[in-house]
Design a protein around this ligand. Structure first.
Ligand SMILES: [Mg+2]
Length: 227
């Protein structure tokens, strides 16, 4: 497999906006939680059969995809009548950075660029993730879309972000594994957009992206994977 070389002009970048799940952190945790762990827990607590619970939860999630509720642990705790954060904490051993991410964040900081996490995760989820990985100290600012009551898929999010943090879309790099979110950022006018080749370490990405996809973070500094 040949490596796609992504050429970044770091001199033209002042701010680096970063997604959390599937970008800095391995999406394996979230994928496993929502498709396996939660259906299992739900079927135990509500005395339902597991295959039915799996289908029911998948259907309910699908109905809210791209909306702020989809990312709200409070909402799903209420809907499924169990504490989502407590259930997620049972899988804390699966929380972890993607390869090279810590080195990447250190180097971006060394270049003097502002590192801002922008995530659709709510504050309790962010807290859980931060408690079990090492990215927090390498970020200059942390924004949850729940702070603005608008998901990144919505233009409202970007307008609120522009008002609350000091950034210029023309000198901003944004990395996210969601095509819908990247499209939203593109519509708003973020100049440089990158996607992620394999957000879940345990499986290959099934869809392509119209944005360049990162395979190895450190290649963004012009280094070859083996060089
Ligand atoms: Mg993501």
């Amino acid at each position: 497999m040949s490596h796609q070389t992504i050429q970044l002009d770091w001199d033209s970048i002042e701010t680096v906006l970063l997604d959390m799940d599937g970008t800095l952190l391995d999406l394996h945790f979230d994928f496993h939680f929502w498709t396996e762990h939660l259906p299992k827990k739900y079927s135990q607590i509500h005395n339902a059969d597991q295959a039915g619970a799996t289908r029911y939860i998948a259907k309910r999630l699908e109905q809210k995809q791209g909306q702020l509720e989809w990312y709200s642990t409070d909402y799903w705790s209420d809907q499924f009548q169990l504490n989502i954060i407590d259930a997620q904490a049972e899988l804390k051993h699966l929380i972890g950075e993607r390869e090279q991410v810590l080195d990447f964040l250190i180097q971006v900081g060394n270049l003097g660029k502002k590192r801002v996490l922008i995530t659709n995760s709510d504050r309790p989820s962010i807290q859980l993730k931060f408690a079990h990985c090492d990215i927090e100290s390498l970020l200059d600012q942390v924004i949850s879309s729940h702070d603005y009551q608008a998901a990144k898929e919505q233009q409202q999010f970007w307008h609120r972000l522009e008002k609350s943090i000091d950034f210029d879309p023309k000198t901003t790099l944004f990395i996210d594994d969601s095509e819908a979110v990247l499209d939203s950022a593109h519509q708003f006018g973020i100049k440089q957009l990158l996607s992620i080749k394999e957000p879940i370490s345990s499986q290959l990405r099934q869809v392509d992206s119209k944005y360049p996809m990162i395979e190895d973070f450190l290649t963004l500094f012009g280094k070859t994977p083996n060089g």
